[in-house]
Design a protein around this ligand. Structure first.
Ligand SMILES: Cc1ncc(COP(=O)(O)O)c(C=O)c1O
Length: 250
């Protein structure tokens, strides 16, 4: 489903042809979204549950950024919608919330039949997670959660640093309320791969071209907040100097 700026990067469910919806088995969603940084409201999730019911779909919602939020925003869970447990499975990961990317541990919660099917498949394709990693995950999930607020402030500062620089050089980007990404509109005269390549070769800044995420990502690049604040500050300084080059080109 195309995720377009004019729809807040949410899929237009009513635009899905009825025969395609009925022939499908799974509706896959991810909000807060990678790569666009878009968020979904509970009201949108209500429409998703209704759509899934009407078309006999299992909704799989990938929700690893629900605890990486800014400006007082709280990301809803799809499972908050009454009746969602009948049609949905929600995935989460410790990668983002607990800075445990690469530890390969996460969870799935939702419809009992779907969880049972997933568990049966999973136990047949691998042999589980190394015990010390499970123990670390228990500590992360059951320990004091107040530190997350301070950690999210660090990401918020990085987001603001990136947005301020983009504004100064005339590049549009939405003020993302959650996730680790700023989705920025590229200047005229480039495609996203050319822009990303030139940024890498001439300003030594690595961003992901939007087209890498599918044809509707064209026209954007994804800037990650995953590097240290100091490195991002340095990169933004270089981006400002690089801006002179692309203003000549367009
Ligand atoms: C939407 C989304 N789902 C899942 C993941 C990866 O999660 P994990 O590290 O648990 O495989 C990412 C990480 O980039 C992501 O952006």
């Amino acid at each position: 489903m195309p995720l377009l700026a004019e729809n807040g990067f949410l899929p237009d469910l009513e635009a899905v042809p009825r025969d395609m919806a009925l022939a499908s088995k799974i509706l896959w969603l991810n909000y807060p979204n990678n790569p666009t940084g878009a968020v979904a409201s509970l009201e949108f999730f209500e429409r998703v549950v209704d759509f899934a019911r009407r078309n006999e779909l299992l909704v799989c919602h990938d929700n690893p950024y629900c605890d990486v939020t800014f400006d007082g925003y709280t990301a809803p869970s799809l499972l908050q919608v009454p009746g969602a447990m009948d049609v949905a499975l929600e995935f989460n990961s410790l990668s983002k919330t607990y800075n445990m990317a690469g530890w390969r541990i996460g969870m799935a919660v939702g419809n009992a039949m779907a969880v049972e099917a997933l568990a049966r498949t999973k136990t047949n394709i691998d042999s589980g997670v190394f015990r010390p990693i499970q123990d670390a995950a228990v500590v992360a999930l059951t320990g004091d959660q107040t530190w997350l607020k301070g950690r999210n402030e660090i990401y918020r500062e990085r987001r603001d640093l990136i947005l301020e620089t983009l504004r100064e050089i005339g590049i549009q980007a939405a003020r993302t309320k959650a996730s680790l990404y700023v989705w920025a509109k590229i200047p005229d005269g480039y495609n996203s791969e050319e822009f990303a390549t030139q940024l890498l070769e001439e300003a030594w800044i690595s961003v992901a071209p939007g087209s890498a995420f599918g044809p509707h990502g064209e026209g954007f690049v994804r800037i990650s907040m995953g590097m240290s604040t100091e490195r991002i500050r340095e990169a933004m300084g270089r981006l400002k100097r690089f801006a002179r080059l692309f203003s000549n080109r367009s």
